[in-house]
Every structure is written in structure tokens, then in C-alpha cells.
Write a protein that binds this ligand. Structure first.
Ligand code: DQA
Length: 150
């Protein structure tokens, strides 16, 4: 079965973007670590990043279909700033009906600006991992497998 590690806007800049907030690890490093961890847990991890809201929605739809076909376990999703703005991503997760999505944030968004305190994704998420740095992706992966894997 497959697991999707999905990253939203500006996360392609990981490693050089506000390192005091997000650290020095690049997205390629994070994706390689997720693939390793997934393999250890017995899953094939696909990684996808886009700065475009619609591309993220299309990917969630694709995994909704794979989930229904029994070919996907779920998704780890860092929606970036779309967390705080996107009803469309909320609706996409609700719309595929079933696919477990673990919301993941590198930084502790609740310790930051007020505009980061609200998430449109959380009410549609199967679980949330916040504030563990890039280790959060691995924690979310393991949590997904522990809660939904066989
Ligand atoms: C983030 C937090 C968001 O507020 C921000 O817009 C990001 C990254 C995080 O991983 O901490 O792009 O999702």
C-alpha cells in the first residue's frame, strides 16, 4: 500500500527558508527520510509538493480513489499557509470521504502569529502533529500506520 507525503506552498524552500523557524533540512532530505521510514513500516511513500492549491486538491482526489481501491493507507499533509486560508482543501479531504489525513506542521503554529492559530484543515484531519520540527513528518507517518495500518 502507498502513503502520500504531501507538502504545500513554500515548503520547496525548506532548508533555506527562515531556518530559525523551519531548520536547515531540505525538502529532498525530508522526503528521503519519509521514504526510508515508510519502507521500514512496510509502505511505499510517494512524495509530492506544490505551490498550487488546485494541484494539492487533485492529489488528494487521486489518493481518495487509491484509498477506496484499497491501494493507499493515508496521507501526511503539511498544507503550509493554505492551512489558514483554504476551505477548498478542507472540502477536498471531506470530499474523498475516508482517506485518513494527518496534518503536520514543522513549527508550533500556536506559539506564532495569531493568523496561524486557526486551521481549516484540522476539522477534516484524522490526527495532527505540530511543533516537532521536520521530525514531525516521521512522527505523523508512524502515527498514521499505528492508527490505521495492519
Ligand atoms: C507551516 C506553518 C504555516 O503557518 C506556514 O505558513 C508554513 C509552514 C509549518 O510547517 O510550520 O508554510 O505549515
Amino acid at each position: 500500500k502507498k502513503i502520500l507525503v504531501l507538502n504545500g506552498p513554500n515548503l520547496n524552500l525548506l532548508g533555506t527558508r527562515e531556518p530559525e523557524q523551519y531548520g536547515h533540512t531540505t525538502l529532498a532530505d525530508v522526503e528521503a527520510l519519509c521514504q526510508e521510514a515508510g519502507a521500514r513500516l512496510g509502505y511505499a511513500v510517494e512524495c509530492f509538493q506544490s505551490n498550487w492549491e488546485g494541484a494539492l486538491i487533485d492529489k488528494i482526489h487521486e489518493y481518495g480513489r487509491l484509498y477506496k481501491a484499497g491501494e493507499a493507507l493515508g496521507c501526511v499533509f503539511n498544507p503550509g499557509a493554505y492551512t489558514h486560508t483554504s476551505i477548498a482543501l478542507h472540502d477536498a479531504i471531506k470530499g474523498v470521504d475516508g482517506l485518513p489525513v494527518i496534518e503536520c506542521h514543522i513549527s508550533n503554529v500556536h506559539a506564532r502569529e495569531a493568523f496561524r492559530h486557526h486551521s481549516w484543515i484540522s476539522p477534516a484531519a484524522a490526527g495532527i502533529v505540530i511543533g516537532f520540527g521536520v521530525d514531525g513528518y516521521l512522527i505523523a507517518l508512524e502515527g498514521l500506520v499505528r492508527k490505521y495500518g495492519r
